[in-house]
Design a protein around this ligand. Sequence first.
Ligand code: PHE
Length: 331
Amino acid sequence: MKKLINKIDECKNRDELEVLRIAVLGKKGELAKAFAEMKNLSGDEKRERAKELNDFKEIFSAKFEKKEVEISEAELDEKMFREKIDISLISPKNELGGYHPVVETMNRIIEYFQKLNFAIEEGNMIEDDWHNFEALNLPKSHPARDMQDTFYFNDGKLLRTHTSPVQIRTMTREKPPIRMIAPGTVFRRDFDLTHTPMFHQVEGLVVENGDIVSFAHLKYILEDFLKYMFGDIKVRFRPSFFPFTEPSAEADISCLFCGGDGCRVCSHTGWLEVLGCGMVDQNVFKAVGYENVSGYAFGLGVERFAMLIHRVPDLRSMFEGDLRLLEQFKN
Ligand code: PHE
């Protein structure tokens, strides 16, 4: 029987070990046989032999288990070695990804304002009526609410229709001076060639104590910003209306496609509308409890900027994830 114990060391793998286990501990194995032969022995001899066999079983099993662990560790080492991946190998497929044009454009916008020390605010995508409308001088019955078709939740909350509520959140939290932009996702119930239910805006807000912020500041910074984004273009400001700014304006750039001569893209006007802006309405300041302050605000659609910069004709292609389009933006 002792010899059987030494056989454990001779096993080189799991299979050999299993064969040995069956030969020794199996139903018809050596141990079972030895126990069966005991029936011919007398009482004392029987007890002695039984103890001997039980001791053997214990020693054999202990050694067997140790060997089993050894073998599995060796097998694992061997498997790891075999499956080792050489990460320094050069792959023939060596393609880099790239930013989505919307992200790239967003980053470029943020970069401009960050250099001018604007803080970046985020706000919430789920807003309440007060932040999204009321505090922005859009009372419940105001017809201008029609400009923004809204997704409502059952509890009266809504998906923000613009980034302007971030103005309110920032002003109720902080005291002037404020200089911030709010890049973010916004939602409207709108879907056609030039509208998607989800898109991105960047809001801007500057507020100072006293009467020092003027429309000239707004014009200067937006003109500089639009030249940074679009290159050598002309900028004009056109009177417009937003409930939260007074006076309000829309900024146009000279058409990137025809240089201002007039074409289909600019509806033969020579100009492309790119953002809304104005001096913050005093009613907005009142809503957030500000007195004797002045400021300007602006808001723009990032997809529109991306489309104009990259001359993409259909807004929906910004959201389709078509690699034939996206691959053109790698680098
Ligand atoms: N919130 C306006 C919109 O979504 C844009 C805007 C922002 C206009 C700030 C003026 C000032 O259309």
